[in-house]
Design a binder for this molecule. Structure first.
Ligand code: AHM
Ligand code: MG
Length: 332
C-alpha cells in the first residue's frame, strides 16, 4: 500500500528511512542503519569524484593533501570508503565487491546482512567527466550469526534481496533504492550534505522508444540480438548508450526503454556481473513495474554459481524486454 507510505517530496533520506521503518512492526532498525551507512559512504565518494578533476592541478595551486598521499584511483578509493562504512556500521558480516576477488569479512559476526557491491561502475568514464555509479544489493544471511558469513550467504538468488539500489554521480547525484515496496529516488544537496526525496514511487513506462546497446560489438551478436536491434531501428527508436550502466539504466527507467548487454561470441555470458550489477538493477526495475532477464530467464531467479559470475542482461520497460525475448527465443 504505497499511499499509506507516501511521504512528501523534500523529505530527507534519514527521515524517510526512519518513517518507513515504523511501518514494519518488527523491524529492528538494522536495515535502516545499513542504508544510512551506504548513504554516508556515497556522500564521501561523491566528494572524491567532484574533486577528481582538480587532482592533477591541485599541486600547482598549492592544495596538495597534507599527508602527501599518493593519489589512488577512484574506483579503489570508492571500494575502501564503502567497505569502511559497512564495517563501521556493524550490520554487515560479509561483503562481495567487484574490486575484490574473495569475500570480505568485516569482523562483525553478529551482522545479519550480506552486501554485494560495485563501488564505482563505469570508471573508464571518470577521466572524461561522464556519469558513473555505485550499485548494491543487500541480503539477509542464511547462516547463523556468531560466525563469519559463508559462500552460501553470498550466493543467494536475486529473489532473496531485501534491498537494492544505486547511486548516480551525474549532473546531480542521486540515490535510488528499493526495499521491496516500490522505488524511491533522492537527490543530493551538497551544500546541506543531505539527500532529499525528489522522485517518490518511481514507475517505469510499460514501453519506450530508447534502446541501449554497444553496437560496436554487433559483429559478435547472435542472430536474435541482431534481429531485435534491427527491429528497434524499424520502430525508429532512439539509440542511447553512455557506457555507464547506472546512467544508461537510470535514463531508461525514467523515460522508458531497454538496456541490453547480450551474450556475444567473444563473451558468451555477456560482461555484466550477476551479483552486483544485474540482480540489483533487476530488483529495482521490477519494483518500478519493468522487467529484467538474461534473454529468457528472469534475472532474479538465476542460480549464482560464483560471486563474480556474469549474465547477459535485457532490462527495462516490460513490453520491450518481452519483445527482445521473442527474438531471442530460438536461441535457447
Ligand atoms: P566496469 O565494471 O569495468 O566499469 O564495466 C561495466 C561497464 C558498465 O557500466 C557499462 O554498461 C559496460 O561496462 C559497458 O561495456 P562496453 O564498453 O563493452 O559497452
Ligand atoms: Mg562494474
Amino acid at each position: 500500500d504505497h499511499n499509506k507510505l507516501a511521504l512528501p517530496v523534500g523529505t530527507t533520506l534519514d527521515r524517510f528511512i526512519m518513517r518507513k521503518q515504523e511501518d514494519f512492526p518488527y523491524a529492528t532498525g538494522e536495515l535502516s542503519q545499513l542504508l544510512r551507512d551506504i548513504a554516508l559512504a556515497a556522500k564521501i565518494v561523491n566528494r572524491e569524484i567532484n574533486r577528481s578533476g582538480l587532482i592533477d592541478i591541485a599541486g600547482a595551486y598549492g592544495s596538495q593533501n597534507v599527508q602527501g598521499e599518493d593519489q589512488q584511483k577512484l574506483d579503489v578509493i570508492a571500494n575502501i570508503r564503502f567497505i569502511r562504512a559497512l564495517r563501521n556500521g556493524g550490520e554487515v558480516c560479509t561483503i562481495i565487491s567487484e574490486e575484490d576477488e574473495e569475500m570480505i569479512q568485516t569482523g562483525n559476526n553478529q551482522g545479519k546482512y550480506v552486501v554485494a557491491i560495485d563501488p564505482l561502475d563505469g570508471s573508464s568514464n571518470i577521466d572524461v567527466n561522464v556519469s558513473i555509479g555505485t550499485i548494491f544489493s543487500i541480503y539477509r544471511r542464511v547462516s547463523p550469526t556468531g560466525t563469519e558469513g559463508t559462500e552460501r550467504d553470498c550466493l543467494q538468488t536475486g529473489t532473496h534481496q531485501v534491498a537494492a539500489g544505486y547511486v548516480i554521480y551525474g549532473s546531480s547525484t542521486m540515490l535510488v533504492y528499493t526495499t521491496g515496496n516500490g522505488v524511491n529516488g533522492f537527490t543530493y544537496e551538497a551544500s546541506l550534505g543531505e539527500f532529499f526525496l525528489s522522485h517518490p514511487h518511481i514507475t517505469t513506462p510499460k514501453t519506450g522508444a530508447i534502446y541501449s546497446i554497444n553496437e560496436g560489438s554487433s559483429d559478435h551478436f547472435s542472430e536474435g540480438t541482431t534481429a531485435f536491434v534491427a527491429y528497434c531501428k524499424q520502430q525508429n527508436y532512439s539509440a542511447r548508450y553512455i557506457g555507464s550502466l547506472v546512467a544508461d539504466f537510470h535514463r531508461n527507467l525514467l523515460k522508458g526503454g531497454i538496456y541490453m548487454y547480450p551474450a556475444t561470441k567473444k563473451a558468451p555470458k555477456g560482461k555484466l556481473r550477476l551479483m552486483y550489477e544485474c540482480n540489483s538493477l533487476a530488483f529495482i526495475v521490477e519494483q518500478a513495474g519493468g522487467k529484467s532477464s538474461d534473454g529468457r530467464n528472469r534475472t532474479m531467479e538465476l542460480e549464482p554459481k560464483g560471486m563474480h559470475e556474469r549474465s547477459p542482461l535485457f532490462i527495462g520497460s516490460t513490453e520491450l524486454v518481452e519483445k527482445a525475448e521473442e527474438f531471442l527465443a530460438a536461441e535457447y
